[in-house]
Write a new protein. Structure first.
Lengths: 517, 348
């Protein structure tokens, strides 16, 4: 519980040598909602400043103001000691401020060169000067020490390389300040390493970086300064050397935080889900994404599957749930082989999957909160031909209460909810089918720590009632929370198995992760 | 964090107040229809007479039936370009059956009763729809291309069946017991043409299907996010096949009503009707991306398009201008749709 010795609270007038971009008393209101309540924020020259905060704390809003997407309702921005008004993102770029969004904004069908010069093509007599563009692209890639050919289509690049292309694009407009919103959320550990090397190079060149991440441990390895935002206000500032993970979490949530313990005090039941020698072909067509995996989960047991990106966790889950076909092996539900059953039939049999990507696979954006919640259990409120409104309302109300969704009501549009609440809707939807086995693929992805704890609490309660729970995670801290057992996957195989007394280091080592926070 | 506070949380966007602008946007098709009726009644005393209203509405019936089927397809995220051709094929098929089918091996001519002819024509419509549905759902042909193909094939089949001619003898023969085909187009109950009752019955059935039956939920979720729907246990592919089948059946009903109204079944009937049907759906506020739209809106859309066209004819505007106006109405409708749905983006 260290308290910063060095007070980094922003000065009324920022020190020009130290601070390149500053926000002073910046507030932003959306109607009656106060997203930012007078925030002071310093971007340190040539260093990485990381912004920590839960979902809905106002991080995105602040980034949008800094990058010119939205003007602040009040307060001012100061660039190099001069007041600054940003009319648009183009205007911000002209001042050397670029933002790289979580969802990359590249055209996948076009090549690297065309993406970098998109909208700013170099024109000479007779058309676009492709040769010059290519030369500059090569120069940029050399600077970033990345071996990416300018003529490769972006869709053929790995995600980490695409991120490098985004960075190159920002550099090509001479950005001095680079805002990165969750840049590592989709990267593998080795890609993260590459990205961090690039970030260090950028720092050496004097580029200032604003970094946002939910992956706290990872962010701590790269950052020079930490700023914590809570409920639209800045709560803490400190240089890296004086803080630790606990300090961040404490300031983010305002209390000591605990993701829970494995539920105890009851007997586990019979095996609910058994995987026997399960293999799944890789999406690329060559090799196996899941390679002869054996796993037994008993009723009432919580199993956590840890692994890096590409370790085969998602494929394992999707195969068990019926979206992917197994190449080999068996899936047994309560002793019955469920090969050949459709997703719907597996749901009826009590096996459900909460998918990893809630926007793409979990929610129907055109439907209300209530309709999303009841989508998987329509049969339960259908009498002969028609649905019964009263029965449906009962199911929706119970689901909203059970997973504690914060909403205006069942008729609110699903898009009006925060990320954590949307995730609870996806979980609530599947729990409403009264399953006996729940698979959750990265249930904590992109949700804040408070919502995470809620989700884990809900899962342990259901396990206590006899439900078998399997969840995957890529944050090692989440392995040692509610799980009775931790399974580590590496390249499609189970590489290790731990009980609750495992250490983070051992789990990470078994996954093949070299980066230890 | 843990206490559920339903209302008054700062995060939740305040409920949009029912201000005038919002009301106008929500009910735009309805207000457009009122405005059209008001303007043309003012311009011509012949517009809002009972007989003209009934004539216009029986025209609405044809487009309305096609549009209901089209709405189901569009809700699923697809499109059905084949309905105009299917209408013609089913009409011609019914006409061909009414003429009597000569079975050469037995040396007899088979005359079916009218109800059997209707069933056969509907089956034909369902068959064309099933072809579309299987192409789209299982063979992964883009809906636009698949139904463009069946548009040509159904039209070609209709032309082949009649050799390019039109069947005129549809009234049947009392001695053969197959009279009554014109009942669909001419018979009136309380002075109202049967076609309007057929439209109403189809609309009510489709409305119940969409709002009360599980199929409706499946359809809205399939169009809104097929991947999420599938993982929630929705039989996405079956839903996709069924919407095309239902659209084909709707086109067949429209084909029967139209050939009965005209007392002839021609292979070129219904050309470009699919575009009018799409227009009605869009004017009715449905999203071409799928997942949003209602039967009520679609019906209003069909009324708007037909009442506008008929009004322009009555006040003596050239039919060329009608086409221009219809086009403008469609563009305006799509523009308003994007305003309505564009604002409800995902919160970041």
């Amino acid at each position: 519980m260290k308290t910063p010795l060095h007070d980094e609270t922003p000065q009324a007038t920022p020190d020009i040598n130290e601070v390149v971009l500053a926000a002073r008393n910046v507030a932003k209101n959306f109607g009656a909602v106060r997203a930012l309540k007078g925030v002071n924020f310093d971007v340190h020259r040539g260093q990485v400043t990381t912004l920590f905060g839960e979902n809905g704390a106002g991080k995105s809003t602040l980034m949008k103001i800094l990058s010119g997407v939205q003007p602040p309702s009040s307060g001012e921005l100061i660039l190099d000691g001069e007041p600054l008004q940003l009319a648009s993102t183009v205007d911000a770029q002209r001042h050397g401020i670029s933002i790289i969004h979580q969802e990359l904004s590249l055209a996948p069908n076009m090549n690297v060169r065309d993406n970098i010069f998109l909208g700013r093509e170099i024109i000479r007599a007779g058309g676009v000067d492709f040769a010059e563009e290519e030369r500059q692209t090569r120069a940029l890639m050399r600077e970033l020490e990345e071996d990416i050919d300018p003529l490769t289509a972006v869709e053929d690049l790995r995600l980490g390389q695409q991120q490098i292309v985004e960075i190159a694009r920002a550099l090509s407009v001479n950005s001095r300040i680079l805002i990165m919103d969750e840049p590592t959320s989709a990267l593998s550990a080795s890609e993260v390493e590459v990205l961090f090397k690039v970030i260090r190079d950028l720092k050496a060149r004097g580029v200032s970086i604003v970094y946002i991440s939910h992956h706290l441990e990872e962010a701590l390895t790269i950052t020079d300064h930490a700023v914590v935002l809570r409920d639209g206000s800045m709560t803490a500032y400190a240089p890296r050397a004086e803080i630790d993970l606990e300090w961040i979490v404490r300031n983010m949530v305002g209390e000591n935080f605990d993701l829970g313990k494995p539920p105890t005090g009851y007997a586990m039941g019979t095996p609910a889900l058994e995987l026997r020698g399960l293999s799944v072909a890789a999406a690329s067509g060559t090799g196996l994404a899941v390679n002869r995996v054996d796993l037994t989960v008993k009723a009432g047991e919580i199993v956590c599957i840890y692994g890096l990106m590409g370790a085969g966790r998602t494929e394992l889950m999707e195969c068990a749930a019926g979206r992917l076909t197994a190449q080999d092996g068996q899936v047994l539900l309560h002793g019955q082989d469920i090969a050949g059953l459709s997703i719907a039939e597996r749901i009826d049999a009590g096996l459900v999957l909460v998918p990893e990507d809630r926007q793409r696979d979990g929610l129907v954006q055109t439907m209300s909160v209530g309709r999303n919640l009841s989508l998987a259990s329509i049969r339960n409120f259908t009498r002969t031909l028609f649905t019964r409104t009263a029965d449906e309302c009962a199911i929706i109300d119970r689901a909203i209460r059970e997973v504690t969704v914060k909403t205006d009501g069942p008729d609110a549009p699903i898009g009006s909810l925060s990320g954590g609440n949307q995730q609870k809707v996806v979980i609530g939807k599947m729990l409403a089918t009264n399953p006996s086995v729940v698979l959750l693929d990265e249930p904590s992805r992109g949700i804040d720590i408070g919502a995470k704890a809620e989700v884990f609490r809900i899962l342990s309660e259901h396990a206590r009632d006899g439900m078998a729970v399997v969840y995957t995670t890529s944050e090692v801290g989440e392995c040692l929370s509610i799980a009775h057992r931790v399974i580590v996957m590496r390249r499609g195989r189970i590489s290790a198995e731990f009980t609750t007394d495992a250490t983070k280091e051992a789990i990470m080592a078994a996954s093949g992760e070299s980066l230890v926070a | 964090m843990s206490n559920p506070t339903p209302a008054a949380t700062a995060q939740s966007s305040a409920k949009p107040k029912l201000n005038l602008l919002h009301l106008l946007l929500e009910g735009r098709a309805f207000f457009a229809l009122i405005a059209i009726i008001a303007i043309f009644s003012f311009l011509s005393p012949n517009y809002l007479t009972t007989s003209n209203a009934l004539t216009m509405t029986s025209q609405v019936a044809i487009f309305g039936l096609l549009a209901i089927g089209m709405l189901l397809v569009i809700l699923s995220g697809g499109i059905d370009l084949s309905v105009g051709s299917t209408l013609a094929l089913c009409g011609v098929f019914a006409g061909w059956l009414m003429q009597g089918v000569e079975l050469q091996s037995l040396g007899v001519i088979l005359y079916m009763p009218v109800w059997a002819v209707v069933v056969c024509a509907l089956t034909m419509g369902a068959f064309v729809g099933a072809v579309n549905g299987v192409l789209v759902a299982y063979l992964k042909v883009p809906a636009f291309v698949a139904t463009l193909g069946t548009l040509y094939m159904a039209r070609g089949a209709a032309l082949l069946m009649t050799n390019g001619l039109t069947f005129n003898r549809l009234s049947g023969n009392p001695s053969l017991g197959n009279t009554g085909f014109e009942w669909l187009g001419f018979y009136r109950i309380w002075g109202v043409p049967i076609s309007i009752f057929i439209l109403a019955a189809t609309a009510i059935a489709a409305h119940l299907l969409l709002t009360r039956a599980p199929f409706g939920r499946w359809l809205y979720s399939t169009g809104g996010n097929a991947r999420a729907a599938e993982l929630s246990g929705v039989p996405v592919r079956k839903v996709q096949v069924w919407v095309y089948v239902l659209s084909g059946i709707c086109a067949a009903i429209a084909g029967l009503v139209l050939s009965s109204q005209l007392t002839s079944a021609g292979p070129t009937a219904g050309t470009t009707y699919e575009l009018t049907a799409i227009a009605a759906v869009v004017v009715g506020g449905a999203s071409l991306m799928g997942g949003r739209g209602t039967i009520r809106g679609t019906l209003l859309g069909a009324f708007v398009i037909v009442y506008l066209g008929a009004g322009l004819v009555i006040i003596g505007v050239s039919s060329y201008w009608q086409t221009v106006f219809t086009g403008a109405v469609i563009v305006l409708a799509v523009m308003l749709n994007s305003i309505q749905y564009g604002g409800k983006g995902v919160k970041t």
